[in-house]
Structure formats: structure tokens, C-alpha cells
Design a protein around this ligand. Structure first.
Ligand SMILES: [Zn+2]
Length: 298
């Protein structure tokens, strides 16, 4: 068979050979995507920790003394904004040595493919998140999974590594610990590290989403995801926590804190993780009531 014919045959058969990869730079469209992706000026949260995300999707940069670590990549269309924010702060995205993921949903993992192509960095998630992140497809059992649908797809990440529950990854001078907090999805990871400046060190917690959001027909009560959310809220409430961050800036009151940025550091609040966990239990209670399981939390 001549070469041209073989190529034509392969091209012809390709769509039938299984799922095609998404065009990695194509923007994902969703109801809130445009709002979420509004640019936001980057800023220092404390010490080694910087905000480089967009208006509605967090991305956190950690300066380790030996390269940079990025947490979360937003949507595919967020990647260029994140890179520009990193540059605006005087850093170089080529110095990113690792990308850590909160959870493999399109609004936090969608930009990772593009960011990996810019940086060559490996990406870390939990064992439960590897298949979704490496395929860009939600797995059955994910609250947002819709059977036989492309809903929730995002460009697959490469070089996906697992961080075990409690595992401490060391980059330069900074140890970053993975704390598995399933419930919003099975692969959810909360990341925690220390930031020190002017002789004061704070425990920073990037607490993963604890929202009971799902595709129609999913039951948090019957699937056991409600139990996971309750346990994960307890784990987050018990963490050493001076500064709370999370995948959507709304969860940690970013806009309110930016207004108070001249009054000391508004991000420091040792009760923030406890409040976040309590708020999450309130969201779950409402959800369970809607599912007809209002006594579940008693
Ligand atoms: Zn999510």
C-alpha cells in the first residue's frame, strides 16, 4: 500500500477509531465561563504565595527558591491569562516545575494541557483523579458525569502523577502536602504548605471545592458522596490553617479581601477553614433536603 493511500485510510478511519482529543486551545463554552475568565490583576497573598488566576477561577503560584509551582489551570482560555499574570509579577512560566490540581473538572483542569506545553511541567493529582485528568473525560460515578455525552470534557493532561493522601512533595524550600478531600468529586485534593515572611510563618490551605453540584439524576445521599463531603469538611476544619484559598475565589471572599488589602493582611484568618467547612455542610444540607434526605445530617 503506498504511503499516501495509508494516510488517507487512517484519516478516514480516525473518527471511528475512538474518542478524538479535544482541540487543546479551543475555548470551552459554558454558562459562567466568560464571567469566570474575566482577567484579574495578579497580587501577592503572602510571602511565597501569589494569586495569578482569573476573576472566577483561582490559580496560585508558589515561589520555592528552586523553581515555581502552580496550582490549577482554569479553563483552556485561562492559560494565556495565567501566563501573562505570572510575567506581570516578574516571574517566568518556564520556571514552573510542577502543576498541582485541586480536582479534574474542566474549569480547573482545562488549562493544564496548554500550561504544560508552555512549561513542560508534570501535573499532580490523586490516584482517583488520574484517569479523568489523563483522558479529559469525566468517569462514571462523578457527580457531573452524563452518560454518552461530551459534557464536561477538557483537553487531556500529560505526565500525570499521583500524590497519596498525606504525601509531602518537596520543591526547593517548600513542602506541599496533598490531603485527599473527596466528595465534590472522587479525585479532590486539598493542598497545604507554609509561607514565611518577616519572621512570621503561616499555614496556607488551598481547600478543594466542597459543593454538591451534579448533573441531573445524581444523588449525593445514595451515592455516598454526601458521606465523603461530610468527612472531607471535617478534615479541612481540622487542618492547621491561617490562610484559606480555594478553586473559586468566591469561596474565600477574595473580592471583599481585596477591598481591605491596605488594612494589614486580610487573608490571614485562623478560623477561615472552620468557617469554610461549616458553610459547606450548610450547602450539603440544602442539597439533601432537595433530594428528600433532610435528616441525613442529624
Ligand atoms: Zn468541580
Amino acid at each position: 500500500m503506498n504511503r499516501v493511500f495509508t494516510c488517507l485510510l487512517v484519516l478516514f478511519l480516525l473518527p471511528a477509531c475512538g474518542p478524538r482529543d479535544l482541540e487543546p486551545d479551543a475555548a470551552i463554552e459554558c454558562e459562567r465561563c466568560a464571567d469566570w475568565n474575566e482577567p484579574l490583576d495578579p497580587f501577592r497573598i503572602h510571602g511565597n504565595t501569589w494569586y495569578v488566576g482569573t476573576d472566577g477561577l483561582s490559580a496560585i503560584l508558589i515561589e520555592t527558591g528552586d523553581g515555581l509551582v502552580l496550582i490549577d489551570g482554569g479553563l483552556p482560555q485561562s492559560a494565556a491569562l495565567i501566563e501573562a499574570s505570572i510575567r506581570e509579577l516578574g516571574f517566568d512560566a518556564h520556571d514552573i516545575v510542577a502543576i498541582l490540581l485541586s480536582h479534574p473538572h474542566y474549569d480547573h483542569a482545562g488549562g493544564i494541557n496548554a500550561l504544560q506545553r508552555m512549561t513542560g511541567a508534570s501535573v499532580y493529582t490523586s490516584e482517583a483523579g488520574i484517569v479523568t485528568l489523563g483522558s479529559g473525560r469525566l468517569q462514571e460515578g462523578d457527580p457531573q458525569h452524563v452518560a454518552d455525552s461530551d459534557d464536561g470534557r477538557f483537553p487531556a493532561a500529560r505526565n500525570v502523577l499521583a500524590a497519596g493522601d498525606g504525601e509531602r512533595l518537596v520543591f526547593g524550600e517548600v513542602g506541599i502536602t496533598a490531603v485527599h478531600t473527596p466528595g465534590h468529586t472522587a479525585g479532590s485534593v486539598t493542598w497545604t504548605w507554609q509561607s514565611c515572611a518577616l519572621g512570621t510563618c503561616y499555614d496556607v490551605v488551598y481547600a478543594d471545592s466542597l459543593t454538591p453540584v451534579s448533573a441531573p439524576g445524581f444523588s449525593f445521599a445514595e451515592s455516598g458522596a454526601a458521606t465523603s463531603l461530610i468527612e472531607s469538611a471535617g478534615v479541612i476544619a481540622d487542618l492547621e490553617c491561617d490562610i484559606l484559598l480555594s478553586p473559586h475565589p468566591f469561596f474565600f471572599g477574595l473580592y471583599d479581601k481585596l477591598e481591605r488589602i491596605d488594612e494589614g493582611n486580610p487573608f490571614v484568618n485562623e478560623l477561615a477553614c472552620t468557617f469554610y467547612a461549616e458553610e459547606a455542610l450548610g450547602w450539603l444540607e440544602q442539597r439533601l433536603e432537595a433530594e428528600g434526605y433532610s435528616r441525613y445530617l442529624e
